[in-house]
Write a protein that binds this ligand. Structure first.
Ligand SMILES: Cc1ncc(COP(=O)(O)O)c(C=O)c1O
Length: 398
């Protein structure tokens, strides 16, 4: 009577981490520091609190499922500014939809895109980068698609090799997820890559879902290009494309649960219909705070500067070891430590530092080998001092 498909989902990485560390206690003379979860700890701007407090009067109203016109306009304006899009390309009312964090939207994207086959024929395919964000897999499986994992290794520049995908499989695809800058490796897809991905989606008629949740956390001077920029270069249509953005990382408000999708009007209409049935509308207080955040760049520049400072520290402390490199975007270190699980246990027990084994973010290759087994992921999400302390302990312990 219960949905057996849910049993096919693996434990979420953090549940596996809890099991891995069960029974281990850090040495008593060190204060534990967690670098395992990608949960930004920087302070958001003060105006967020003022707006939430000022909205106490709105808690007795059901918010509209498609957000407020002001919110949608702020998102469309931000996209237009950020990606230098033609002024009329993104219609705020028909091409933008709020979601309760991009996670919810990324999940819904599979239901919007995949048509379940009940006739016994081959299941539609969902292309997913590997390492991956777990939600891509769960969403695809529960929508009735079969995941095909695209390796992203150092050799492929930590992005899927689009030229290596089999045309026959692409013909069966109904969805492909891409993440840029990627989690965990921080690889940034360039415009040519994104144009090629959109071209494949149109040629083989699947939905390309681009997760750009780290788009605003970058280490160089040039912001990472986005899929909408690529769509603009291809003529401006958003057919076969859904792009997700979030405030969680950009504005350090993972607790606010606010992101949005941008896509073609028909896609956004279906997403809207699905959300009407399945999702909680974003509260009006959140929408107003989110509107102000998308309109402000000052706090984002300050946030980026903090991450850069932490990458400078990481480079000084870990540079030249464990295959250290400074990623183009995101806020993770992806280190090859030989045996990711063993290193994670050692770091917790001996140094009180909690990191995540790379294997928990990945699936083995078809031959059973997992090229990410040797890695750990370190999230540079804390304040400067504890982050430096944790990195120093890591360098000393491994
Ligand atoms: C790759 C990736 N996508 C999406 C999300 C979801 O973020 P949120 O739901 O907070 O917008 C995360 C969060 O860690 C992530 O790492």
């Amino acid at each position: 009577m219960l949905n057996a498909d849910l049993d096919s989902l693996r434990d979420y990485p953090f549940e596996r981490l809890t099991l891995l560390l069960k029974g281990l206690t850090p040495r008593t003379n060190v204060a534990p520091i967690s670098l395992s979860v990608g949960e930004p700890q920087h302070q958001p701007p003060d105006f967020v609190r003022a707006i939430i407090d000022g909205n106490a009067k709105t808690w007795n109203r059901y918010p509209p499922i498609n957000g407020t016109p002001e919110f949608r306009k702020a998102c469309a304006d931000w996209l237009t500014r950020r990606y230098r899009l033609p002024a009329a390309m993104i219609d705020a009312d028909t091409m933008v939809a709020p979601c309760a964090g991009s996670r919810e939207g990324l999940y819904m994207a599979a239901t919007v895109s995949v048509t379940r086959r009940d006739d016994g024929g081959p299941r539609p395919l969902a292309f997913i980068p590997n390492p991956l964000y777990q939600v891509y897999v769960g969403a695809s499986l529960l929508a009735g698609a079969e995941p095909v994992f695209m390796p992203t290794t150092r050799e492929t520049g930590f992005l899927p090799d689009l030229d290596a995908l089999a045309p026959a499989q692409l013909d069966r695809a109904q969805i492909m997820y891409l993440c840029t800058p990627s989690n965990p490796q921080g690889a940034v897809a360039d415009l040519a890559y994104l144009k090629k991905a959109i071209g494949l989606a149109r040629k083989h008629d699947f939905m390309l879902v681009v997760d750009e949740c780290y788009a605003e956390i970058y280490t160089g001077d040039v912001p990472p290009p986005g899929a909408l920029e690529a769509a603009a270069a291809l003529g401006g249509s958003l057919d076969n494309l859904l792009v997700f953005h979030t405030l969680s990382k950009r504005s350090s408000v993972p607790g606010l649960r606010s992101g949005f999708a941008a896509g073609a009007p028909r896609t956004i209409a279906l997403l809207h219909r699905l959300r009407t049935y399945a999702c909680a509308a974003t509260p009006l207080a959140t929408l107003e705070a989110a509107t102000a955040l998308w309109r402000d760049e000052t706090h984002v520049a300050a946030t980026r500067a903090l991450y850069r400072q932490k990458f400078d520290i990481a480079e000084r402390v870990l540079g030249g070891r464990f295959g250290y490199y400074r990623p183009g975007g995101g806020f993770y270190l992806w280190l090859d430590v030989g045996d990711g699980e063993a290193a994670t246990r050692k770091l917790w027990a001996d140094a009180g530092v909690r990191v995540l084994p790379g294997a928990y973010l990945t699936r083995p290759d078809p031959d059973g080998r997992n090229p990410n087994q040797g890695y750990i992921r370190i999230a540079l999400v804390g304040e400067i001092e504890p982050t430096e302390e944790a990195l120093t302990r890591i360098a000393r312990t491994l």
